[in-house]
Structure formats: C-alpha cells, structure tokens
Write a protein that binds this ligand. Structure first.
Ligand SMILES: Nc1ncnc2c1ncn2[C@@H]1O[C@H](COP(=O)(O)OP(=O)(O)OP(=O)(O)O)[C@@H](O)[C@H]1O
Length: 281
C-alpha cells in the first residue's frame, strides 16, 4: 500500500536525518514509529506527505510515486493522506463542525469553504464522524472551549472526512494526560480497523506504542534499527534504539481496564520508554 525504498533525507544544513529507509506498510496496519529525539521520525512522516522533500529514494502510495508529484497532482495525493498533529491545528474561533469541515478545503475550493458553504454530503458525513469520535454533543462549541482530548478527536474526525487511504499521525498524545492518551490511541486503532486504514504514528511513549500498534519501527540516527511486533521489543532492543538504560527497574504497566475506568489512571506515568518491555495490549 505504502512503500518506501532507499529513502534518504539530508537537510540543507548538512544534517542527515534519514538513511536508506526501506518500509512496506500494508493496508489496515497501524505502525508506531519510535526512537529518540532527533532520530528522524517527524522527517520520515513529512517525507511521505512531502512537507519535507526526500533527497533520495522512492515513496509509492498505491502505485503512485509521490516523490515525483508537483502542483495539482501533489495536492490530490495529499488528500489521500490524513494528517493528525500533536497540537491539533484547529482554528480556535471556529466551531467543532466548522473545523471538521475544513478538512474538505482541498475538495470544495478555497472560496466555497471560506464562505462556509459545504456540500450536504460533507455535512452529513461530518455529523456521522463526530458521533463516531464521541463529540455529537459538542458540534456547535468553539474549538477553544474544548479539552485537549476533545480537540484531538476533532482533529481525527477532520482527517477522516477526506476519506484518506493512509493516516500520518505526529505525536497524537504528547499534550494529553495518560488516560486520554490511551483513549485517543484506542480510537485511532479502532477507526483504522473499521476502515482498513493504514497509519504511521510517531510516538514517544513506547508503552502506548506497544499496546495499540500492530507493528513497531525503531529509528536511531536516521536508520531503522528495529522492525517487528510489539512483543519483540525487548529491553535489549530498547537499548539498541535509545541507548544504554536499565529498562528492568521500572514499574510494571498498569492493566488496560484499570487505567480506563479507575481514578488511579492519573498516576500512570506518560512518555516513559522504560515501561515498554513486557506490556500487553
Ligand atoms: N528543518 C530542518 N532543518 C535542518 N535540520 C533539521 C530540520 N528538521 C529536522 N532536522 C534535523 O534532522 C534530524 C531528525 O529530526 P526529526 O525532527 O525528524 O527527529 P524526530 O525523531 O522527529 O525528533 P523529535 O522526537 O524530537 O521530534 C535532527 O538531527 C534534526 O536536527
């Protein structure tokens, strides 16, 4: 579905961010991209949607070579990739519904969306998506009146309104509390399963990656040093990806249901790679 072959990126500053990346992402697969700061995770995601230009290699999405596209064809290809960002990228003064509909910008044209006249099918689908992400009660709320978790749900609904083939998700839980982070990851996973949608999720929290991804790819200094199932991510592998650390002296992960329903959820430490080894989905 998505194939990266020999992908490299050297920034104009001389920084080599990616080297010879080989990846095949099948339909429906949720892939977590982990690795230390500066490993190249964001660069990789941005090379796929060409917010960053790869300097080497080929990126194919369902047979279309993305690296060669420009102008209208590039815009068209980008519509098939739903982006979900860490900072939500919502327009604060617009309502939830308007923010979701802004995902149609590429389809309805600037003036039509500027004047906020969207096709009825888009509005109907936006209602359906907002219901699916649990926000049907908040469609008329302004985006700046929402919690972080609600904002991320709007971002997810907006990305899905484009009917993408692929989701590119950049640190979706970075600003969220541990319980909300899990709910958001679970939602992304469920939506991918429902729609047979592939996703690449750039995420620092290894425990979350293990619990909610089908596959984990570990980057270190721009190279893939691990590509496997969550259960294969051992302490040794974490050391390969992140460097030396005593991964075994950290607490056992809390079981999934307890975190979802119990008040102790808030004590679950977030963004701790060390919690990863041995946790279950
Ligand atoms: N616009 C840029 N210009 C020059 N160098 C850059 C640019 N963006 C990233 N880099 C460099 O590329 C490398 C990879 O950065 P990237 O942001 O992709 O890593 P990351 O794994 O996403 O990090 P983080 O987890 O901190 O977000 C780093 O050495 C970084 O300094």
């Amino acid at each position: 579905m998505l194939t990266l072959s020999g992908v490299g990126k050297r920034y104009s500053t001389g920084d080599r961010a990616l080297t010879d990346i080989e990846l095949i992402l099948p339909k429906g697969q949720v892939m977590a991209l982990i690795g230390p700061s500066g490993a190249g995770k964001s660069t990789l995601i941005r090379c796929v949607n060409r917010l960053v230009e790869p300097t080497q290699g080929s990126i194919r999405l369902e047979g279309t070579e993305l690296t060669k596209l420009s102008g209208h064809k590039l815009r068209h290809a980008r519509r098939s990739m739903g982006m979900i960002f860490q900072e939500y990228a919502l327009v604060d003064r617009l309502t939830v519904m308007e923010n979701v509909l802004s995902g149609q910008l590429g389809y309805v044209g600037f003036w039509r969306s500027f004047l906020r006249r969207y096709p009825q099918e888009a509005v109907t689908e936006a209602f359906r998506l907002l219901e699916r992400v649990g926000l049907s009660h908040a469609i008329d709320k302004r985006a700046d009146a929402l919690s972080g978790g609600q904002r991320q749900r709007v971002g997810i609904a907006r990305a899905l309104l484009q009917s993408p083939k692929l989701l590119l998700v950049d640190e979706p839980t970075a600003s969220l509390d541990p319980k909300t982070s899990r709910q958001i990851m679970r939602l992304i996973r469920e939506l991918c399963a429902e729609r047979d949608l592939a996703a690449i999720i750039n995420i620092h929290d290894v425990a979350l990656a293990q619990q909610f991804a089908d596959r984990i790819v570990g980057l270190r200094a721009g190279e893939i040093v691990f590509d496997g199932q969550p259960s294969e991510l051992t302490s040794e592998m974490l050391t390969t990806i992140y460097g030396e650390e005593d991964w075994d002296t950290t607490p056992e992960p809390i079981d999934d249901e307890a975190v979802d329903d119990g008040p102790e959820a808030s004590s679950y430490p977030a963004n701790m790679p060390a919690m990863a080894a041995g946790s279950a989905r």
